[in-house]
Design a protein around this ligand. Structure first.
Ligand code: GDP
Ligand code: MG
Length: 854
């Protein structure tokens, strides 16, 4: 590294070249003339040689105490012209100077050599530090640069080293000058040298309460000075700092006799990956520092934070840099992907797994009874009101293998799970009571299953009943494209009785058969993946989460990330309440230990450590919040028209609701015809029905990426909430032609129509009374927007339009008013309409011109 010629070395040690050459020869180092390069190694060798020659080895120990070391920091700038922009690198060189207190007067050769040794040590130290500094600085400078600048970095290092070398030589020269003044210092003794030492003390040390210190303290001080650099992690003047140092001092006690410290205390610079959001305490841990210290650093930066506070990436990076470390941002998406990929790699080979079955059907058709019979237990009898309260999950052993059941309170939960991106079910069992036939929820169940692409097995239940008519069920379901195999369709129909147990074995066989056809497999080992079936909070046991394992194996003690929540699996139970320690694919388990209740349909994933799980949970929470804000801000209603016609959309999914069966069929026919005419874009009606738009409709639309078209029907309050939360496109029409025309425009990528109806206010009718002047007056409460007198209105009953017209009068108390705002009561008389009832809604709308954008 820093080779010098014999001549240079001679100059430094102040000995004649010839003599040095002689000594080198004696030491076994090849050096023929003044120009021979002497390496570090050779220098050491020479020192060793000289030391033994003069028998100094033992004495050096006692000399340690007499030696006083000074350090000085000099900072210079180094300009670098890298591949990118030019940079300035600060090169900090710390020099150490050792003064040897002479025990004898006069300069003997022995002393000369001592000095030589000390200088050598000082030089080595200075050089090491300078190199270290230079390298670190260069690295820091390069940190933000792309790989292309790696070359520049190398250059920087090289230059920094050269600079360091120059500094070193300068320091050597200085050291020599100092040595010449040695004699003068001798006379002054220890006191004087201590004076000298004080001069170079760091400002922070001077600030500290020096007056109080005893002589021993000063010894300690000496140690501080020796390592006297500003510690990165510890605030100045901390007792912790001193403690740490005294410990260090012990270890580096002068046993080798060379110099006071073997290892320079260089601050360890960590390269910290900063996630998008991080807890203060976690960040402190990453930097190997105390949270309190980190908080102090942040306070100095003007950021007030508590130990549990979550700070964002930008803040965290600034804090990390302030603490003297390097920081690089880590995207949570990348991290999540990496983690999931890693987890994926750890999964075993796919093996056959049990099918997961969901039972759906109209209320009271016997879903719970059927499952009960299968489980040979009595869940239905214990249920309040006979309505299943939560989604339960069970697995049963049948002669033909294990089957797992999800007992959902209908298709709504099923689709809600699907809307969260979770396909929970392999097979749907559609329960239809043979005495009741196909009912609205039966049809909805069919639509939801079909939208999810899950095969349906029909259980025609209550076959024991006298008025049971299974053929009617077949015919009715045939109208909804659920066709029995014997009629050439692909759905298995099984007649069963949940009461007598008739046909249940056949049903289980049919499930197993269907599962076999589907060839269901999943890896049975490795970090578990799955979905949340349901979650609740128990006073005693905390968060209880029913989880369906889909891949890998879930073990007690695993760290689980569930949607936006996480935790360690404290305990696991099967459906009968037995403690278990592991669960494989398709097996539902009750898990204790999550931080908070996740949502049904949330995906679960076992992660290697809790901190990662927490960070990802936090980032998901943040993202979810941001997404919701974004959805609320976005005007969603026209997005379909904006997006249609663009290449990526080639199927228009529609959920259609209408006031009466007649209009529903007319619209469906027209839309089907439209689809046939258009080659690029297909129209798919994923669901349809008569009546108002409810939350389930919205969930289905969201899960199927569909738009909702309401013909003379409205969304109820919870559906409207769901629409805005999920950002579903919802359109109302009162003229079939308008509806078809708009869809047509959308399909061909044309612009949205020029005029659109906009609902500006909604009032709920509380009471109806007769007025001599206006006839029937509806005493109403404005629940949304404003009701204006000169606007068209509609009367809604059960979210279906029953009348369209205009207002006769709008009054507040006795006064006629032009408009009434939300939250206010008023009297509304509808022109030419005398059938308003309490509970009806009056909707006020206006026709607005839509701004056309290209
Ligand atoms: P769910 O709402 O679909 O879960 O229906 P339940 O399982 O709660 O059953 C509704 C009612 O139908 C209960 O009173 C059951 O006893 C009755 N039930 C269910 N299955 C059968 C059956 O196969 N035969 C007869 N006779 N009654 C049944
Ligand atoms: Mg039930």
């Amino acid at each position: 590294m820093s080779n010098v010629t014999v001549e240079q070395l001679a100059d430094v040690v102040g000995a004649p070249v010839e003599r040095l050459l002689e000594q080198l020869k004696e030491a076994g180092i090849e050096a023929n003339d003044a120009g021979t390069l002497i390496s570090d190694e050779d220098k050491l060798k020479l020192l060793d040689f000289l030391r033994t020659t003069h028998g100094k080895q033992e004495e050096s120990k006692s000399e340690g105490k007499q030696r006083i070391t000074l350090k000085r920091k000099s900072v210079s700038e180094l300009k670098l012209g890298g591949a990118g922009r030019a940079k300035t690198v600060n090169v900090e060189v710390r020099k150490k100077r050792t003064y040897v207190k002479r025990s004898e007067a006069g300069s003997t050769e022995k002393d000369e050599l001592d000095r030589l040794m000390a200088e050598k040590a000082a030089r080595d130290e200075g050089r090491k530090q300078a190199e270290e500094e230079a390298r670190r600085k260069a690295e820091e400078a390069a940190v933000a640069q792309a790989e292309a600048e790696a070359k520049a970095k190398a250059e920087a290092e090289a230059k920094a080293e050269a600079e360091a070398q120059a500094e070193l030589e300068k320091s050597e020269a200085e050291a020599k000058a100092q040595a010449e003044k040695q004699a003068l210092l001798e006379a002054d003794g220890a006191g004087k040298t201590k004076e000298g030492r004080k001069k170079v003390k760091k400002p922070h040390e001077e600030e500290s309460d020096r007056a109080k210190r005893s002589k021993q303290d000063r010894d300690e001080d000496k140690a501080e000075t020796r390592y006297g650099r500003k510690e990165l992690h510890v605030a100045t003047g901390k007792s912790g700092q001193r403690k740490k140092k005294s410990g260090k001092r012990e270890t580096s006690a002068d046993s080798t006799g060379k110099h006071g410290f073997e290892k320079p205390v260089v601050p360890i610079v960590h390269d910290i990956g900063v996630p998008e959001n991080i807890k203060v305490s976690d960040l402190a841990q990453k930097m190997s520092m105390k949270s309190a210290e980190l908080i102090k650093i942040m306070m100095k930066m003007g950021v007030m934070a508590t130990i549990n506070q979550i700070i964002d990436q930008d803040t965290a990076i600034l804090v990390v840099e302030e603490a003297g470390h390097k920081a690089h941002p880590v995207s949570d998406d990348d991290r999540e992907r990496n983690l999931l990929e890693t987890a994926q790699q750890e999964l075993g080979e796919p093996v056959a797994r049990p099918p997961v079955v969901t039972i759906m059907g109209h209320v009271d058709h016997g879903k719970t009874s059927l499952l009960d019979y299968i489980r040979a237990s009595k869940v239905a009898s214990g249920e309040a009101g006979g309505i299943t309260q939560h989604i339960g999950a069970y697995h049963v052993e049948t002669p033909r293998g294990v089957i797992s059941f999800l007992d959902t309170p209908g298709h709504a939960a099923f689709t809600a799970m699907r809307a969260r991106g979770a396909q929970s079910t392999d097979i749907v069992i559609l329960v239809v009571a043979a005495d009741d036939g196909v009912m609205p929820q039966t049809i909805e169940a069919v639509q939801h299953s079909k939208a999810a692409g899950v095969p349906i097995i029909v259980a025609v239940n209550k076959i024991d009943k006298e008025d049971a008519d299974p053929d009617r069920v077949k015919t009715e379901l045939g109208n909804h494209e659920v066709i029995p195999e014997e009629w050439g369709g692909e759905n298995i129909f099984i007649n069963v009785s949940a009461k007598t147990g008739e046909g249940i074995d056949d049903l289980l066989d049919a499930i197993s058969l269907q599962a076999e056809v589907m060839e269901l497999t999943a890896p049975a080992t490795g970090p578990a993946k799955g979905i949340v079936v349901e979650a609740s909070l128990d006073k005693g046991r905390g968060v209880m989460t029913t989880v369906l394992v889909q891949e890998g194996k879930l073990n007690k003690g695993d760290i689980l990330l569930a949607g936006q929540e996480y935790g360690r699996v404290r305990a696991m139970f099967d459906e009968s309440g037995n403690q278990i320690s592991e669960a494989g694919p398709s097996i539902p388990v009750l898990v204790l230990g999550l931080s908070n209740t996740p949502s049904a349909g949330d995906q679960i994933q076992v992660l290697p450590d809790e901190r990662t799980a927490r960070e990802l949970a936090i980032s998901r929470q943040e993202k979810d919040r941001n997404a919701r804000l974004a959805t609320q801000q976005q005007a969603k209603l026209d997005s379909m028209f904006a997006n249609m016609g663009k290449a990526e959309v080639n199927v228009l999914n529609i959920l259609l609701k209408a006031d009466v069966q007649g209009s529903l069929e007319a619209i469906r026919d027209a839309l089907t015809k439209l689809a046939a005419e258009n080659e690029e874009v297909d129209v798919s009606i994923i669901g349809s029905g008569v009546g108002g738009i409810n939350e389930t409709d919205v969930t289905l639309a969201a899960a199927s990426n569909a738009i909702i078209l309401g013909f003379n029907v409205r969304a109820d309050a919870s559906a409207r909430k769901a629409v805005s939360e999920r950002g579903v496109d919802l359109h109302y029409y009162s003229v079939i032609y308008d509806l078809i025309d708009e869809v047509k425009r959308a399909l061909t990528g044309m612009l949205a129509p020029e005029f659109r109806e906009q609902i500006i206010g909604l009032a709920e009718v509380k009471d109806v009374f007769k007025s001599p002047k206006f006839g029937l007056v509806a005493g109403s409460l404005v629940t949304e927007g404003v009701v204006k007198r000169n606007q068209p209105i509609r009367v809604l009953r059960d979210n279906v339009v029953i009348y369209e017209g205009e207002l006769e009068s709008l009054r507040r108390f006795k006064d006629d008013v032009d408009e009434v705002k939300s939250g206010t009561e008023c009297g509304i008389a509808v022109k030419n309409y005398n059938d308003v009832k309490a509970g009806d809604q009056i909707e006020v709308f206006e026709r607005v011109q839509v701004e056309r954008t290209l």
